[in-house]
Design a binder for this molecule. Sequence first.
Ligand code: PLP
Length: 367
Amino acid sequence: MPSSDNGPWDAKVQQFHGGQDWARIDNFVEDFSVTTNAFGMPAPAMAAAVRSIAHSSHYPPADQEPARSSLARFLWPDSAGAEQGRLILGNGASELIDLVIRMAPAGTWKPGPFRTQYKEYERSARNNGLELLAADAPDKANVACLVNPCNPTGDYLELPALKDWISANVLPGGYVLIDESMQPWHSAEFRAHSLTSQHDYVRQMLDQHGIAIFVVHSWTKLWCCTGLRLGSVVCPSPDHTRAIKKVQVPWSVNVVALEFLDAVVADEAYLQKTWELTPVWRQEMTARIAEQFPAWECHGRPFLSWIWVDTKSEAVAQRAVDLAYAAGVPVRSGRPGYNHPTFIRLAVREPAKVDVLLGAWRELHSA
Ligand SMILES: Cc1ncc(COP(=O)(O)O)c(C=O)c1O
């Protein structure tokens, strides 16, 4: 059953996500349905994770150390000591998204300004009784969540535009969650473009307006470890970090994930390769799609690990999903969850795997 259906998700109570098909496909070749790094799990960190099984008869460290400090040095090479009290790890970003929204003020919730965005924020807001506003509602909200870069649309706001959006959309005393899971793909200079570098701004927003800005990262995409579950949030102050700690289940990040993280932050060669080749492979993919399917439109910034494609036809999108599934290269339909049935989302992958995908779509040329 391709991922245009609800697959193993219980549609009545759960939010649909991609990435579930691979295990049910006998002829599986490559997963195009997720936004993970095209280079797969970095080998040295994977080796560290495998070794960590030997320590897994013990509890994980309650303070998430030394992995937490290692991630702090990765985020802030020059000021980790001063900032790391604001950092906490979670069992995937998903755990932290839910915890922060549980702690948020009551009232209204608003998504980012894009056509759609990653849906866990909305799910959590709804579950916690917030009133959902439309992205273009004129009112400011008590809680606002923006995914930047935006999965799946590929939109991206640089810092000045992001700050303008926050000022225009959040009430005094409100909470803002900015999801920068895909932002490290930006370039080797990603830190300078990230909200995590804006210490004075975040402090001023808190002191002057009572607006608490949280920066969420899923590390399961950049380091291709979705099965390990690894995320973090940079809080506006150490007090906010402690408030999360108070409600977070102990040991929520397991030994394997912690030791993986501790190792992976040192893998500079992996990131160099990511920054160099992802845009090249992405450009090649979009060029081949434009050539073979001139009616389709590819969306998203050139540095991203996926392409959001408008096929302009529900029937064509569905056929593309079905053919990809049958060929062992599942793609993400835009229909379940995002409700954009003419769209499909494709991970950037190595050219040989793209050959398989485009081969599977040969019959679409006459559609
Ligand atoms: C933008 C974004 N944020 C958060 C997540 C959740 O990630 P995790 O696997 O760390 O829970 C995802 C997963 O697809 C995502 O795309």
